[in-house]
Design a protein around this ligand. Structure first.
Ligand SMILES: C[S@@+](CC[C@H](N)C(=O)[O-])C[C@H]1O[C@@H](n2cnc3c(N)ncnc32)[C@H](O)[C@@H]1O
Length: 244
C-alpha cells in the first residue's frame, strides 16, 4: 500500500525554503565533521523506539563487520561494480536527513546487504512509513529482505534491474537515495521523473558524487542546468542532497 500521493509535478524550482533547509543540513553536518561523528551516531539512535533501535543496531554492527571485506558484482549487461556499503560517516547523515524531512515513502536504488537501508529506517517516524529498495542480485535481495524482516524494519526489497523495476512502481516518493551504478544515476532520475514518481518537494540523495564524480557527471550537471537547489556534503565519498 502506498501512503502519500504528493504533487507529481516533475519540474523543480529554486525555492528559497528548500535552499534554507539544505544549507541548514549542510551546516549541521559540517559542524559535526569537526566534532566526533561517532557520538552523533549514538545520538541518532534515539530517533526510533528503544526496542527497534536495538534490533537495527545489531544488524548494523554485523553489516559493518562484513563490509570490511568488499565484494564485486557484475550484472546481466556485463556492468561491473562494487557492492560497497555506505561509509561510516554517511550512515548517520542518512538517518538525520530522514529524521528531519519525515518522509512517508522512501525509495532506495541499490540495496546491497542493507546497511544504508537500516540507517534510513532508523530515521523514520511517520506512521506507516515504508522504504522500497531495488536490488538486481536475487540472492542478495532475498537475504536482505530476510534481514529486514528479522529486525521488523518496514522495508520491501524489490528484485530486478532498477531500470526495469522503476517504471513498474506507483505512487510518489518523498525521498530517493541513489546508490547503485553511478553511471546509471541520471537514467534512473529521468525514469523517476518520466513516470511521475517524484514531484515538487521530494528530497534526492546520492552517494559517491565526489569519489566517482566522472561516472555521474551527467547526473550532477542536471541539477545545475535545472537550477535545482542542492548541496554536496563532504563525506568520504561525497553525498549530494537536493530538493525538487
Ligand atoms: C554500492 S552497493 C549498495 C550498497 C547499499 N546501499 C549499502 O549502503 O549498504 C550497490 C548495489 O546495487 C545493486 N545494483 C547495481 N546496479 C543495479 C541496478 N541497475 N538495479 C538494481 N540493483 C543494482 C548491486 O547489486 C549492489 O548490491
Amino acid at each position: 500500500m502506498y501512503h502519500n500521493d504528493k504533487d507529481k509535478t516533475a519540474e523543480g524550482s529554486a525555492d528559497a525554503y528548500s535552499l534554507i533547509q539544505i544549507t541548514r543540513i549542510g551546516d549541521d553536518l559540517n559542524l559535526m565533521s569537526a566534532q566526533n561523528r561517532s557520538s552523533f551516531a549514538n545520538m541518532n539512535t534515539t530517533y526510533t523506539s528503544a526496542a527497534t533501535t536495538e534490533q537495527y543496531l545489531d544488524q548494523i554492527l554485523e553489516l559493518e563487520r562484513m563490509s570490511k571485506q568488499g565484494e564485486s558484482y557484475s550484472d546481466s549487461h556485463g556492468r561491473y561494480g562494487w557492492r560497497n556499503p555506505v561509509r561510516g560517516d554517511t550512515g548517520p547523515i542518512l538517518t538525520k536527513l530522514v529524521r528531519d524531512s519525515d518522509p512517508s515513502r522512501i525509495l532506495e536504488i541499490g540495496t546491497g546487504h542493507g546497511l544504508s537501508t537500516l540507517y534510513l529506517a532508523q530515521g523514520l517516524t511517520a506512521q506507516g512509513a515504508r522504504i522500497h529498495t531495488l536490488e538486481f542480485d536475487p540472492e542478495v535481495a532475498k537475504s536482505t529482505q530476510e534481514r529486514m524482516d528479522r529486525c521488523a524494519a518496514p522495508v520491501e526489497v524489490i528484485w530486478g534491474d532498477a531500470n526495469q523495476t522503476i517504471p513498474r512502481l506507483s505512487g510518489s516518493f518523498d525521498l530517493v537515495f541513489f546508490d547503485a551504478q553511478k553511471n546509471q544515476y541520471y537514467n534512473q532520475l529521468m525514469l523517476l521523473i518520466h513516470h511521475g514518481l517524484i514531484g515538487k518537494g521530494a528530497m534526492l540523495v546520492a552517494d559517491n558524487v565526489t569519489d566517482r564524480k566522472i561516472e555521474c557527471q551527467d547526473f550532477l550537471d542536471w541539477f545545475d542546468q535545472e537550477a535545482i537547489p542542492h548541496e554536496i556534503i563532504e563525506t568520504e565519498c561525497g553525498l549530494l542532497v537536493a530538493h525538487l
